[in-house]
Write a protein that binds this ligand. Structure first.
Ligand code: CO8
Length: 258
């Protein structure tokens, strides 16, 4: 399907989705979020794709939800349309891993979108923020919840209440991003991480993603039980036999997703 606000490139087993509304610093409007959720669903269905990277431009991953599109909406319009709800639910349903490669601004909905991905690799120019407070609103697609889980209450409150931005170095130190790389290397680093993931057994990759995500939804005891069941279950796969045999035989494993 042809998209207007995003570009999708599939190379080998990695889908690279680039947000493309440069005139608005990739602000998220209904069209972009619909296209992005469709592209992710398609990548999830595409047997060739094993990992997905979502990125923006050097200046902006995304500078938030589109203020022009939202500004005149009424409560009833927002509520009845479940504005952005369907699309963001679809994004977080993606089973294959998604890496956010963030350069420049990741603000408001942009920061929230990055946090919907499985992990964030940031360039040294990245700036994260939840500045909705300056617009007389608050975060609306997960920011108060996901940022708090990522960086803790103190920093999350600070960012949501003052609207201040967090630079890449602080974001890494605080656990919001997994690595920081020079801006010029961002795409290469994200694609190389995605390629590494693509080489694993897809069964264990999806199990790992499910288990880590479960830690946000349940108690420690339940989460550990969930992990143990998945771990035990993986012994029913050929890939477990292959992975362990390859280690013992000192060779590279050949995973077949079985
Ligand atoms: N929405 C719409 N247009 C935007 C946005 C945005 N969020 N951000 C930037 N733009 C546009 C500007 O209007 C400008 O367009 P134009 O040239 O036509 O005037 C163009 O992008 C370039 O922007 P600037 O000239 O402002 O560029 P600067 O380099 O001077 O500044 C900033 C960059 C600091 C990023 C600045 O653009 C800015 O502050 N942007 C807004 C950031 C913000 O407040 N984001 C939060 C938005 S609200 C939100 O995300 C809520 C999410 C939850 C939605 C939930 C729905 C249920």
């Amino acid at each position: 399907m042809a998209f207007e606000t995003i570009n999708v490139e599939i190379d080998d087993s990695v889908a690279l989705i680039t947000l493309n509304r440069p005139e608005a610093l990739n602000a998220l409007n209904s069209q972009l979020l619909t296209e992005l959720s469709k592209a992710l669903a398609e990548a999830d269905q595409n047997d060739k794709v094993r990992c997905i990277v979502v990125t923006g431009s050097e200046k902006a991953f995304a500078a938030g939800a589109d203020i022009k599109e939202m500004s005149e909406k009424s409560f009833v319009e927002m509520y009845l349309s479940d504005y952005f709800g369907t699309e963001t639910d679809q994004i977080t349903k993606t089973r294959k891993p998604i890496i956010a490669a963030v350069s420049g601004y990741a603000l408001g909905g942009g920061c929230e979108l990055a946090m919907m991905c499985d992990f964030i690799i940031a360039s040294d120019t990245a700036k994260f923020g939840q500045p909705e407070i300056n617009l007389g609103v608050i975060a609306g697609i997960g920011g108060t919840q996901r940022l708090t889980r990522a960086v803790g209450k103190a920093k999350s409150m600070d960012m949501h209440l003052t609207g201040r931005f967090m630079e890449a170095e602080e974001a890494e130190r605080s656990g919001l991003v997994s690595r920081v790389v020079p801006a010029k290397k961002l795409k290469e680093e994200a694609l190389s991480a995605a390629q590494k993931i693509a080489e694993k057994s897809q069964v264990s990759v999806i199990a790992a993603k499910e288990a880590v995500n479960r830690s946000f939804e349940t108690t420690l005891a339940e989460g550990i039980q969930f992990e143990r069941r998945l771990f035990n279950g993986l012994f029913a796969t050929e890939d477990q036999k292959e992975g362990m045999a390859a280690f013992l035989e000192k060779r590279e494993p050949q995973f077949r997703d079985r």
